[in-house]
Design a binder for this molecule. Sequence first.
Ligand code: SAH
Ligand code: SF4
Ligand code: F3S
Length: 438
Amino acid sequence: MKKLFIETYGCQMNVADSEVVASILSNNYTITDDEQSADLILINTCSIRDNAEQRIHKRLRELAALKKRSPKLLVGLLGCMAERLKKQILDEEPTLDFVAGPDTYRSLPNLIEEAAAGEKAYNVLLSKTETYDDIMPVRYAANGVSGFISIMRGCDNFCSYCVVPFTRGRERSRSPKTILDEARQLLADGYKEVTLLGQNVNSYHYEVDGNVTTFAQLMEQVALLSPQLRVRFATSHPKDISEELIRVIAKYPNVCKFVHLPVQAGSTSMLQRMNRVYTREQYLEKIETIKRLVPECAIATDIIAGFCGETEEEHQATLSLMREVGYSYAYMFKYSLRENTYATTHFEDDIPEDLKTKRLEEIIALQQQLSLEHNRRDIGKTFEVLVEGVSKRSEDQLFGRTSQNKVAVFPKKNYKKGDYVMVEIESCTAATLIGHTV
Ligand code: SAH
Ligand code: SF4
Ligand code: F3S
């Protein structure tokens, strides 16, 4: 068997894809974590922001040295950057032997064969139907407790700043049967948590002979597999999150009380330029419904600072919305111009870099405060924590997550990875709950 080293950048969907790739290549390759001894190196890439791509260019230059030492080594580029740059990146980066877009992984054995014969090969065709439905991923990178299942691919939303609809193609859902089979397999392998993945899971829609499965129904079917299997999902688009889904979250104790609902910006005017198709008020109504039906639910978000034409007032509206919702967590970014998106062809990237930085810093500082307040409210309460491993800070402490997706640390005693334990919270930081088992 030859040795394969896969390096994955970007979102969880890329992580799940790398596991599919490992499975497709498993007849000829076993996974290694030592790049020095690899016969094949695959870099699964992300294009979401310019800095994500710059990191990968840098990495490819590093690999050039390794390639010089082992001339038989093949290096392939996968993922969103492969799709965005297509053949151009083969010309620009001499380290690369082949390039494969996100819908072409079944053709990898052929691409590798061509590359081994000395031909620079590429396949970047997007598909309207490919979901890798029948492929059971090789979970080489998982922690054995928490697994991911891709339930759909692509995105049809075309938010004006975003490259994903171009790199991942049209939205398509995978059959409930293969999703449930995969979840059952995780359960049989001892996993305790599964996260259902897609760019916009709320628009999951699978139809066969007139029978439709919605996302809420799928969640329910997965939740019913076992009360010992926690279920999470990511990500939801605010326009599609349904009351039906929120009721499923409320109903099943093993459906985690955590919703990641990216808002991006707090003013209706900005949301309109972003083509998010909801207003500030509509977003807040959805939040209201979540809080009403699932009071213990934590809510997280994504925010972009300094998008085209952002006024001080619009920036303030983002800050005020953050306070109003009281997010437990947020991913926060500076707007990064992406070629060929609607924003690039129709608006100007006119917020100066230092102002983008200033606004982002204000957003981060506020979120820090909101996370701390959110965690402080947990002091004195007891939570069920799924143990993920030994704490980085101390051998005598374990860490895991609450249903609300917060990291909790506590003394180890006789507990181990994969256990559910009850932890009473004594103190906290903005990032961590600290407690003891009861
Ligand atoms: N499908 C998910 C998000 C996928 S990308 C959703 O719609 O919620 C993850 C996050 O990256 C986005 O939520 C957005 O906040 C950020 N992002 C996307 N394009 C960006 C860009 N051009 N510049 C900065 N941040 C961006
Ligand atoms: Fe990008 Fe919008 Fe699709 Fe999310 S929903 S992936 S932000 S286009
Ligand atoms: Fe990045 Fe592609 Fe995911 S652009 S965020 S790897 S879908």
